[in-house]
Design a protein around this ligand. Structure first.
Ligand SMILES: Nc1ncnc2c1ncn2[C@@H]1O[C@H](COP(=O)(O)OP(=O)(O)OP(=O)(O)O)[C@@H](O)[C@H]1O
Length: 304
């Protein structure tokens, strides 16, 4: 049985099409990423899968149960960490955890094995109110709360947004360990580097899936040469390159611009020369998943 099956889901809020014809499946033990910027529709999809919102059209099954007809069964078997942490700020770590265990008619002791690795990191602060924890600790507590009833499927909506880089890295290590215990995980993130840590990803933008594949296959399918370009005044460089008629795409990527061309690189050199950019560097770069995302976005914008 495929633990998550999504078939042709549509959802609008008034004139806003939050989700348009979304379909994908998550396999047993898979870490599946929904990758997209703010407003792409990720949280709306989680709410539908977690039975908190009805789709306008389409079907979804979690652990074999229909999210509408069998919503009680779905709720029992899903661990859901919503975008904004759903912790009770005035309750301590221990009280939050006990509360979530109790509403699922279980106890922390009964399922301690599953959360032990994560809980031990926050246990020294167990009497501290959740509202007084750092972002990274809140995130660990929220994950423990989502796991405390031993769910069969885990939904994590932007679990690392607003969390420091070290905690982000630790969090993905924890996800890898949970995955190795056989729990399928659907996780969303706006961070492209995190996409590379998933088994499979759906790139989502404006409520539509632009591509689904393994991160490696998405990168390998990027069919253009990427040029990394830098100069002293990056703002003017960006403007100039975007104004060049041979430019296919140009966006900021760390301390460089990533540029793809409809012409060869020497034409870009020739165009830039009279513009006298100081410290100009143009060199070939390996495409990454961010390049694929930008490319797909460009194509989507051209067709809408
Ligand atoms: N209850 C609602 N009423 C009206 N519009 C909504 C509602 N919920 C979501 N939307 C709109 O639907 C679109 C998708 O929102 P959604 O929250 O699912 O995106 P997201 O990818 O999770 O991004 P974010 O991280 O910003 O929440 C957005 O345009 C949003 O404004």
């Amino acid at each position: 049985m495929q633990p998550i099956v999504v078939q042709h889901i549509h959802k609008s809020f008034g004139s806003v099409k939050a989700l348009h014809d979304i379909s994908f499946t998550v396999e047993e033990g898979e870490l599946f990423g929904l990758i997209g910027p703010d407003g792409a529709g990720k949280s709306t999809l989680f709410r539908i899968l977690a039975t908190l919102l009805l789709a306008d059209k389409g079907n979804a099954y979690v652990n074999g149960s229909d999210v509408v007809k069998d919503y009680r069964s779905v709720r029992r078997h899903v661990g859901y960490m919503p975008g904004r942490f759903s912790l009770y700020q005035d309750l301590t770590i221990a009280e939050n955890l006990n509360f979530f265990a109790t509403i699922f008619s279980t106890s922390v002791e009964e399922n301690y094995e599953l959360i032990r690795d994560i809980y031990e990191q926050i246990a020294p602060f167990k009497d501290r109110p959740a509202g007084k924890l750092s972002g990274g600790m809140k995130q660990k507590l929220a994950l423990c709360c989502a796991l405390v009833h031993k769910p069969r499927v885990l939904f994590l909506d932007e679990p690392t947004t607003g969390v420091d880089p070290v905690s982000r890295q630790e969090f993905w290590e924890m996800l890898k360990r949970l995955k190795s215990k056989g729990i399928p995980i659907l996780v969303s993130t706006p961070y492209m580097d995190e996409a590379m840590l998933c088994d499979k990803v759906a790139l989502i933008q404006k409520g539509e899936i632009m591509q689904i594949n393994t991160p490696a296959a998405i990168v390998a399918g990027f069919g253009r040469q990427v040029w990394a370009v830098r100069a002293k005044n990056m703002y003017h460089l960006l403007k100039d390159i975007r104004a060049f008629e041979g430019t296919h795409s140009c966006f900021a990527f760390g301390e460089f611009l990533h540029v793809t061309l409809d012409t060869d690189e020497s034409a870009l050199q020739k165009y830039l020369r009279p513009l006298q950019h100081e410290d100009l560097v143009i060199r070939p770069a390996q495409p990454g998943i961010e390049d694929s995302f930008m490319q797909l976005m460009l194509e989507q914008n051209e067709t809408t």
